[in-house]
Ligand binder design. Sequence first.
Ligand code: B4P
Length: 195
Amino acid sequence: TDGKGLLNVRVIFVIGGPGCGKGTQCARIVETFGYTHLSTGDLLREEVQSESPRSKQLVQIMEKGELIPTRIILELLRVAMVAIPNTKGFIVDGFPREMEQGKEFENEIASCEFVLYFECSPDSMKRRLVARGETSGRVDDNEETIVKRLEMFENETKPVIEYYESQNKVKKILAEGSPDEVFAQVSNIFENLPN
Ligand code: B4P
């Protein structure tokens, strides 16, 4: 750590609307570049599976397409990160979803080097999630919840992107294309990072 209680490790935030393809691309980043992938959505779904005391509360929020309280998200991330002391860096996927998440993370856990933003139209995102809903079994892959998630993205997460843009920390990916086309852009960024 650097003496402020912060972890001294490369951290990249990955944001985009629901269905933008971030989970898909993060898996490929891990495969090709060897970073550690932490998805707040996956951490939450694991927590729900474990039937912890707060599982029910979490499912209820996710079913509505709303955001989980920040302190729960930060705690899940902190626990996951300290468990992996030796890594090239973390790609933190699905985070920050609202302004206070990013600020608190950077004050308490680690600073973020840059934000990878997957830009995609609402129509494409909706179409992808409806298709995934046919087989995913996810409580939030239904039309009503998808619409709510898209709204949450517009209202809560877009301002986060603007904030990091004002700090020149956003690297934007055009996420409408095929997974291969999108990954070509992603690779170009990762291949050119300083060590
Ligand atoms: P997430 O798990 O982050 O769900 P998501 O936004 O749907 O992203 P995901 O990574 O799963 O999907 P992807 O776009 O890759 O969040 C779920 C919920 O958890 C939130 O609504 C919230 O309640 C809660 N939550 C999570 N993080 C939180 C936080 N930080 N704070 C508060 N609450 C939080 O892929 C979607 C589909 O598109 C897939 O089927 C994929 O195969 C397909 N696809 C991907 N790329 C494609 C491409 N290029 N072309 C066509 N299809 C593609």
